[in-house]
Structure formats: structure tokens, C-alpha cells
Design a protein around this ligand. Structure first.
Ligand SMILES: Nc1ncnc2c1ncn2[C@@H]1O[C@H](COP(=O)(O)OP(=O)(O)OP(=O)(O)O)[C@@H](O)[C@H]1O
Length: 269
């Protein structure tokens, strides 16, 4: 099935309509609409508890919504049989907040898991390919032989990114990839993400609190509030929205610092 296009001709690889998510009495999303277009990096922001991670879980088949639809690469995700859904989701890579690497496996073995389980490669084929992915995310060969507990926070994120990219997915879902990293490590991760997106052209759904990341890598921003996506657009369009949360977020002291940092980088480059 083909993907949906909007009236500007952009192709939505993920299209969410009327999404409702609830836990018992608590309604987290109520009629949420969102598109993720081919090749873009979409930054998803919102106050704590507005449902950014829950949304990500709904998009990658881990949380069946109470109502609404998620079209994923042209397929109605939750109308599929579980096995077909799992097969479709394999065409995306997910990086969870803490990396979610298997602690008993080395980095190389971790990267090889999707290659063995979903692409049917032998262990030695998976290992050969895992070396390539390791280099792609800027990790030294010796890091491949280490266990997750022996890595720094930045290395864990890179290893998890390598695993998420193992099957060359057209879609990548990242939940706060720079959380827990120092500003230099976070900026390096941002640059890596941008370089890889430019090289491979995948689309990214990026949950973040990090204003520097928004300025550095995102083509569009979606703001979650009141159980929906309240506003989407380029950073400039969203920042100009006369909404009190948006104004505080983008034009408060941290927002101004991030903006100045981007302007300085642009002037230098
Ligand atoms: N499995 C669950 N069971 C019950 N409630 C849940 C579950 N998962 C999430 N929630 C609730 O859903 C709401 C949204 O959570 P979510 O983690 O998506 O927020 P968030 O926007 O990602 O927050 P933060 O920015 O702090 O990470 C919260 O109130 C949370 O307690």
C-alpha cells in the first residue's frame, strides 16, 4: 500500500489520526493527529507527563490505542495481525531512553540481535555487519567487545543507535537520546544523527527536552499539550505561536541561550 501525501506533496511515512490512549481513568491522548514525513527529523516536545513516550510506544506497536489509527509505512498498524505488525515494525529502529541494551551480550552481539532474529543472518554474518554499524556510529573496534556496563553513557547511546540502524530502517524512533549526556556528548550525538540522516535519508521521530537538539537537528517540531499535538511547524513557526507554554519554552532563559548558540554556530560555519 502506498503512503499518504499531504497537499504539499510530502509523503507521510507515519500518519496518526484521532489517537486516544488511556490508562484506567487517566486519558493521556485524546484525538491526537500527527504526520512524520519522509526524510525529516521531527522533534517532539511538551511538558513532563504530556505523553511523548506513550506516543512513541503507540507508534512502534507496543501500546494498542483505545481509539484512532496509526498508519505505518502505509499499513494500518493496529488492524494487522500481531505477527504482521511485528514484521512491519522491524522496518524501524527504536532507541529507548536508557539504551535498553542486553546486559549479558557484548556491544557487537547486541547490534547483531536484529540481524539474526529478523534478517535471518548467521551469527558470523551478523558479526561482520555489526562491525560496520559500530564504525558508522563512531565507536572504536574495542568498544564492540565490551559489555554495556563497561561503557560510558555516550557510548551506550551510540551502541543503541547502531543496533537501531542494524536493518537499515527507513524510520527511526528516539526517546530523549541526549538525556544523561554532558553538553559536548549531546552535541556530538546530534551531529552524528544529522550526518547519518543526510547519508541514509531515514525519517526520525525524536522525543526531546533538549532545546539545543531542536535547534541543531530538527526540520519540524511538534508540541504536545492538552492530550494532543497543539502545534507543528518549523522551529521558527512554532516559536512564534502565541501559546504560553510555547513562549516560556522557546523564549525563556534556556530557549534564548540555545538560540544564541545556534546563531553563533551558523556564523562560524
Ligand atoms: N504503563 C503505564 N501505566 C500507567 N500509566 C502510564 C504508563 N505509561 C505512562 N503512563 C502515564 O502516562 C502519562 C504520560 O507519560 P509519558 O511517559 O508518555 O510522559 P512524557 O511526556 O514522556 O514525560 P517525560 O517528559 O517526563 O518523560 C504519565 O502520567 C504516566 O504516568
Amino acid at each position: 500500500m502506498s503512503q499518504a501525501s499531504d497537499n504539499t506533496g510530502r509523503e507521510a511515512l507515519v500518519q496518526v489520526r484521532g489517537l486516544v490512549n488511556r490508562f484506567g481513568e487517566q486519558v493521556v491522548h485524546d484525538g491526537l493527529d500527527l504526520d512524520l514525513y519522509r526524510g525529516e527529523i521531527l522533534g517532539v516536545v511538551g511538558g513532563s507527563g504530556t505523553g511523548k513516550s506513550v506516543l512513541l510506544r503507540s507508534l512502534v506497536g507496543l501500546l494498542q490505542p483505545a481509539a484512532g489509527t496509526v498508519h505505518f509505512l502505509g499499513e494500518d498498524l493496529y488492524a494487522l495481525y500481531e505477527m504482521d505488525r511485528a514484521r512491519l515494525i522491524c522496518r524501524s529502529g527504536v532507541l529507548f531512553q536508557k539504551g535498553a541494551l542486553f546486559s549479558s551480550l557484548t556491544v557487537l552481539e547486541n547490534i547483531g540481535v536484529p540481524l539474526v532474529e529478523h534478517a535471518g543472518l548467521s551469527r558470523s554474518q551478523a558479526e561482520s555487519l555489526a562491525w560496520v554499524k559500530l564504525a558508522l556510529v563512531g565507536l572504536a573496534p574495542e568498544a564492540g567487545l565490551r559489555y554495556p556496563a563497561e561503557l560510558s553513557g555516550g557510548m551506550v547511546k551510540r551502541a543503541a543507535l547502531a543496533r537501531a540502524l542494524a536493518l537499515d530502517p527507513p524510520l527511526l524512533f528516539l526517546d530523549e537520546p541526549s538525556s544523561g549526556l554532558d553538553p559536548i556528548g549531546a552535541a556530538a550525538f546530534d551531529r552524528l544523527l544529522l550526518t547519518l540522516r543526510d547519508a541514509f535519508g531515514f525519517s526520525v521521530f525524536l522525543v526531546t527536552h533538549d532545546l539545543d537538539t531542536l535547534h541543531a537537528v530538527c526540520d519540524r517540531v511538534a508540541v504536545l499539550a492538552d492530550k494532543r499535538v497543539r502545534v507543528t511547524g518549523t522551529l521558527e513557526e512554532v516559536a512564534a505561536t502565541p501559546d504560553s507554554w510555547v513562549q516560556d519554552y522557546f523564549h525563556g532563559p534556556r530557549g534564548r541561550t540555545a538560540q544564541q548558540a545556534t546563531q553563533t554556530t551558523d556564523e562560524v560555519s
